[in-house]
Design a protein around this ligand. Structure first.
Ligand code: SF4
Ligand code: SF3
Length: 531
């Protein structure tokens, strides 16, 4: 196997041998490559042939399934391969009986990509990993009935490019277009979430678990959470968010369920510790799933693109999901016998979420005034993924050491490093504002654009610095979106992606001044000195 798509890749170069650092086995990695190869085959076969809704669905599902920490289950990947082959066959029925094959519609062999010239491999990886992340967002929007033809068409274009012989001149524009289209995709998901569940508003969320049966829901899919809330109503079961599901508390239509009680646990990499002997059931709607330990595997359920051998999967039948097995397991386990307090990483008992772009921009006047009268000196967007590697305490240190006249905007699961801290206020505004999930990077872009307009400058001239942490492929598409918008001086950590070749990294540094993080103290000093 060869895989280097995530930040924890072995030796900062690539996972090989029998198992990746994430626990993905070589057989699974090979099947994921095979699936990607068929998806490229579909993109090739779509040239001149009309695709249907089901063709695009398998592309989106197939890409999502290959994201880090989503699908470890060979049988379900084989089923995706079967469905993908079937869709391809529908596009090119004549080819199956052809006596002189031209290889134009063949599946792609991913080995040829992994063994390619390192710059080509790097650019193609940026495209492929970027669309894997984007597919996750398109999938959530699709679940709520939202689609965008331009986004859908781009999946074919990008997959085609990955399978195509091409130089930097051909591939670089596709890399940048991935960022551009991902912005549209995140905007679509923002519309889907807010039109379905209302505009998020700042909401306090506690880390305690009440007495009695409960279910912990993790991942990014609000539709699955809503369905579970509906099915557990009046059953004496409480629901707790976990990981990236935390911002769900801020949506009016989800908050309206009184049994959506609080948040359990922190970011994904702590799950093996936090779920030990948990007296409740856990539902994974997306990444990040870690191989479950025996002490809790019998209470973990997966749905949608997530799968792991031996874990019970909740399938959609006729567009509906029946969560009865999860509910029954939660009732069997019974929960804690009394209210049990937990804390965040820094000992805090609660957090506040729900500072989406609407909430922040509704306080725009206050914010502008605070900047003008120097009550707020600088904004930091400290956002992105969390992860297991040491060195990520940089982000906690950074937030703790940021001066009192600075404001921290945050999003995604990396915020668990500091979201239980009480940072007080600056200019009458909270100094720490949680904008939501990783896809709410769209909101951060909107806020930055609105501030630039208000101050009559470019986003790069604002007193705003992005300090990002990456782990998986959603962070890749978000980074590409920021680059597409021309945002410079991004601080990126905890380490740089293994799939950036020296030349490609050189290009990004030269054109966007991407900077690897150093120490919180040094970086803060440098950023504030450059103001
Ligand atoms: Fe390794 Fe990450 Fe790939 Fe898993 S997803 S095999 S940890 S590079
Ligand atoms: Fe986290 Fe896995 Fe990326 Fe949506 S849940 S941000 S790592």
């Amino acid at each position: 196997m060869f895989c280097f798509q995530c930040e924890q890749t072995a030796g900062c170069t690539g996972c090989s041998g029998s198992r990746g650092v994430c626990g993905k086995g070589q057989d699974t990695a090979r099947l994921q490559d095979e699936l990607t190869g068929v998806l490229i085959g579909i993109a090739r076969a779509s040239d001149g042939n009309e695709v249907t809704k089901s063709t695009t669905e398998i592309i989106i599902e197939g890409l999502f399934a290959t994201l880090t920490n989503v699908n470890f289950d060979n049988d379900s990947i084989r089923e995706l391969i079967r469905r993908a082959e079937e869709e391809k066959e529908k596009l090119i029925p004549k080819c199956s009986g052809c006596g002189s094959p031209c290889s134009r519609n063949e599946n792609f062999d991913m080995e040829s990509l992994w063994g390619d010239n390192e710059d080509i491999r790097s650019l193609k990886s940026l495209i492929l990993f970027g669309i894997r992340g984007m597919a996750a967002y398109a999938y959530h929007a699709m679940a709520l009935g939202y689609e965008d033809e331009e986004v859908n068409q781009f999946f074919y274009k990008a997959l085609f490019a990955v399978g195509q012989e091409g130089d930097m001149e051909y591939l670089l524009p596709v890399v940048m277009e991935t960022g551009e289209v991902n912005l549209k995709c995140m905007a679509m998901l923002d519309r889907a979430n807010t039109e379905t569940y209302g505009i998020p508003a700042p909401t306090e969320v506690t880390f305690a678990v009440d007495k009695g049966p409960f279910i912990v829901v993790t991942g990014h899919d609000l539709k699955d959470l809503e369905e579970l809330l509906r099915q557990t109503e009046g059953k004496g079961i409480n629901i707790y968010t976990h990981g990236e599901m935390l911002p769900a508390h801020a949506y009016p239509k989800l908050k309206a369920y009184s049994h959506l009680r609080g948040n359990f646990g922190t970011a994904w990499q702590n799950q093996q510790k936090e779920f030990q002997n948990l007296p409740g059931a856990v539902l994974f709607t997306t990444n990040c799933l870690m191989p479950p330990m025996d002490s809790y595997a019998d209470r973990v359920f997966t749905t949608a693109a997530v799968a792991y051998p031996g874990l019970k999967h909740i399938h959609a039948v006729g567009g509906r999901k029946d969560f009865t097995p999860v509910i029954e397991r939660a009732l069997e386990l019974g929960g804690y016998s009394e209210r049990t307090e937990f804390t965040g990483i820094n000992g805090g008992k609660k957090t506040v979420t729900g500072f989406g772009h609407n909430a922040i921009l509704s306080a725009a006047d206050k914010l502008i005034e605070a900047v003008n009268n120097k009550a707020i000196r600088h904004f930091f967007l400290v956002g992105g993924c969390d992860g297991a590697k040491t060195g990520r305490n940089y982000y906690t240190d950074f937030v703790k050491q940021a001066p009192d006249d600075t404001v921290i905007l945050t999003l995604a699961c990396g915020k668990y490093r500091f979201n239980d801290l009480d940072l007080g206020e600056a200019g009458g505004l909270p100094r720490l504002m949680d904008m939501g999930q990783c896809n709410d990077a769209y909101g951060a872009v909107k806020v930055a654009a609105a501030l630039a307009e208000a101050f009559g400058c470019q986003v790069n001239d604002l007193p705003l610095t992005m300090v990002l942490s990456w782990y998986e492929q959603k962070a890749v598409c978000i980074l590409l979106t920021l680059l597409h918008l021309g945002i410079r001086n991004i601080y990126l950590g905890p380490s740089l992606p293994a799939f950036l070749s020296e030349n490609v990294l050189g290009y990004l540094v030269e054109n966007y001044n991407i900077r690897p993080i150093s120490s919180a103290k040094e970086d803060l000093k440098r950023i504030l000195a450059e103001e």
